[in-house]
Design a protein around this ligand. Structure first.
Ligand code: FAD
Length: 466
C-alpha cells in the first residue's frame, strides 16, 4: 500500500491553520489549579483554624492536619484531571508534560496526605491526653468513614511507592499501569471521611456542595474523555485493520481503514492509544504515532517490536476492530511558525516525522530530515523518503552507526555536534525543529539546537516513553 504522495499539500495560511490557543490559555489552566488550592485554604481559614494554630498544643497540630488534608485532597482532583485526557488541557500542554506534572502533583499530594494522617493523630492524642497508638486505633475504628479512608491511604501509598523510579524500573509497564488504576479507588474511598468528619465540610453546606461539585467534575472528566469519547469515536469511525506490512527488521506498518476520518480532529505528528480488539493483550492500550498523513479513510501506524505489547500488535490480522483513545500530542504543523522545517529523528522516532513531511507545506530545499539509525537495515521508510526527496525536494541525511558517546547525538566519526548540525541543516537557526527519539538522545539534540540559537518555542519534541 503506497502512501508516499508526491502532491504538494495546499499552503495553509496561519489564520486558517487555526491559531494556537491564546497565549494566556496555559496560564489560565494553571491559575484554575492554583485557585482550587486557594479555595480549600479559604475553607480552612473560615473554619477557625488560624486561631487554633496560634492556640498551640493539640489544636495547633489538628489545625495543621486539617490544612494538609484539604490541600492533599484538592491536589488529588488536579492529579486525576491532568491525566483525564481532557482535549483542551492535553492540546495545551501535551501528554509528556502532563505526565511529568502528574508525577510532581502526585508525590506532593501523597506527602501532604501522610502529613495529614500524622498531624491529625498527634493533635487528637494531645487534645485527648492519650497516647498515639490507642488514639490512632480509636480514630480508625470509631470515626465515620475512617476505615475506608485507611484503605484509601494504603492504595495511594502503594501507588506512590510503585511509581518511584527505582521501583517502576523493576515492574513491567502493564503491571505498573494496572496497580496505578487503584488510584481511582483511593480517591473514591477518601470521600466519605472528608464529608463525614472533615470539620470544614460538616460545618458548611456550601463547602459540601463545592466538594461534591469537584468530585462530579473529576469523575465526569474520566467518564467522558477516557471512556465515552474513545468508544464513541471508535464506533463512529468504524476502525478496522486493513493490512499489516513488514517495513524493516522488527518493524511493521499497520493500515487502519475507517470512515469519515476527516471528521476526526487528527493531524500528522499525533498519536493515539491503540487497542486491537480480540488480539492478545488487547485490554492494554499502547501509544503509537501516525506514520503517514491521516486520510479520510485510512490511517497508518508503524510499530517496532520492543516487548509483548508491540509484539502482539505486529501479529494482528486484517479485519480486526480497533479501539482508539485520542488523537493526542502537540508535535503537529499547528505549532509551526516558520517556512523552514528541520526534523531530527532517531530509530522508531521517525514515524511522526514521516507523517509531517507528507502533510506539511514547504518549497523544495526548505525541509531537512536528519535520520539517525544504527545500520542501513534499520532504516524504515527508506523508499518513501527517497520519493519525498525526489518529488518534494526534502534534504534527507541518514546518520548511521553507534552513538559516539552518551553526550552526543551523532554516530562516531561525525565530529562536533553543533558543527555537524549546522552543516546538515544550514537553516536550522531559523527553522521550526521537530525532534523525536529516545529521551537521552533528544536531550543531546536539544542541547545542540540551543547552542545553534534555535529559540525553545521553535523546538517541538515528542518522547516515546512517559
Ligand atoms: C507518544 C508515544 C508515541 C509512540 N509512538 C510509537 C510509534 O509510532 N511506533 C513505535 O514502535 N513505538 C511508539 N511508541 C513506543 C511504544 O508505545 C512502546 O514501545 C510500546 O508501548 C512498548 O510496549 P511493549 O509491551 O511492547 O514493551 P514493554 O517491554 O512492555 O515496554 C517497553 C517500553 O515501552 C514503555 N511502554 C510499554 N507499554 C506502554 C504504554 N502502554 N504506554 C506508554 N509506554 C509504554 C515502557 O515504559 C517501556 O519503557 C510511542 C510511545 C509514546 C509514548
Amino acid at each position: 500500500m503506497d502512501v508516499a504522495t508526491t502532491r504538494q499539500p495546499r499552503r495553509i495560511p496561519q489564520r486558517v491553520r487555526g491559531s494556537r490557543r491564546p497565549g494566556w490559555w496555559p496560564d489560565a489552566l494553571g491559575a484554575a489549579s492554583a485557585a482550587s488550592v486557594l479555595i480549600v485554604v479559604a475553607l480552612w481559614v473560615h473554619g477557625g483554624n488560624v486561631q487554633a494554630l496560634f492556640a498551640g498544643g493539640g489544636s495547633a497540630l489538628t489545625s495543621i492536619g486539617r490544612l494538609t488534608g484539604l490541600v492533599a485532597a484538592d491536589l488529588l482532583f488536579v492529579q486525576v484531571i491532568l491525566m483525564a485526557r481532557v482535549p483542551w488541557i492535553e492540546r495545551t500542554y501535551g501528554q509528556d508534560r502532563l505526565a511529568r506534572w502528574h508525577r510532581l502533583v502526585g508525590f506532593t499530594s501523597i506527602n501532604l496526605m501522610l502529613a495529614h494522617v500524622a498531624f491529625i493523630t498527634l493533635g487528637y492524642a494531645a487534645t485527648a491526653h492519650s497516647s498515639l497508638l490507642p488514639e490512632a486505633w480509636q480514630l480508625v475504628t470509631t470515626y465515620p468513614g475512617m476505615l475506608l479512608a485507611t484503605a484509601a491511604t494504603a492504595a495511594l501509598v502503594m501507588i506512590a511507592v510503585t511509581s518511584v523510579r527505582a521501583a517502576r524500573a523493576r515492574l513491567r509497564y502493564e503491571s505498573w499501569h494496572l496497580l496505578h488504576l487503584y488510584a481511582y479507588l483511593g480517591v473514591g474511598l477518601a470521600l466519605p471521611h472528608e464529608l463525614w468528619t472533615g470539620a470544614e465540610f460538616v460545618a458548611s453546606g456550601a463547602a459540601r456542595a463545592y466538594w461534591w461539585f469537584c468530585y462530579i467534575v473529576t469523575v465526569g472528566c474520566i467518564l467522558v474523555f477516557r471512556l465515552g469519547l474513545p468508544v464513541w469515536r471508535s464506533i463512529r469511525h468504524d476502525l478496522r485493520v486493513e493490512a499489516v506490512v513488514p517495513e524493516s527488521p522488527g518493524v511493521t506498518s499497520i493500515y487502519i481503514r475507517g470512515r469519515q476520518l476527516d471528521r476526526m480532529p487528527v493531524q500528522a505528528g499525533q498519536f493515539f492509544l491503540w487497542r486491537f480488539l480480540g488480539a492478545p493483550g488487547w485490554t492494554r492500550a499502547h501509544p503509537f504515532s501516525l506514520s503517514a498523513a491521516p486520510r479520510p479513510d485510512l490511517l497508518r501506524i508503524t510499530v517496532k517490536e520492543l516487548g509483548d505489547g508491540s509484539g502482539d500488535v505486529i501479529g494482528i490480522k486484517p479485519g480486526t476492530r480497533v479501539l482508539v483513545e485520542g488523537p493526542y500530542g502537540r508535535l503537529t504543523g499547528q505549532m509551526r511558525r516558520r517556512r523552514h522545517l528541520t526534523m531530527l529523528a532517531c530509530g522508531i522516532g521517525i514515524t511522526p516525522m514521516r507523517a509531517l513531511l507528507e502533510s506539511e507545506y514547504y518549497l523544495p530545499g526548505e525541509a531537512v530530515l536528519i535520520y539517525r539509525a544504527s545500520s542501513p537495515a534499520d532504516l524504515t521508510f527508506y523508499r518513501e523518503f527517497e520519493h519525498l526527496a525526489r518529488h518534494r525536494g526534502v534534504a534527507v541525511h541518514y546518520l548511521l552507526g553507534r552513538r559516539a558517546n552518551d553526550s552526543s547525538w551523532l554516530p562516531s566519526g561525525y565530529g562536533d555536534d553543533l558543527a555537524a548540525l549546522r552543516a546538515l541543516a544550514p537553516d536550522v537557526s531559523h527553522s521550526d525543529v521537530y525532534v523525536c527519539g529516545p529521551t537521552p538522545w533528544m536531550a543531546a539534540v536539544t542541547d545542540a539546537l540551543e547552542r545553534a540559537s534555535v529559540p525553545s518555542e521553535h523546538i517541538h519534541r515528542e518522547t516515546f516513553s512517559w
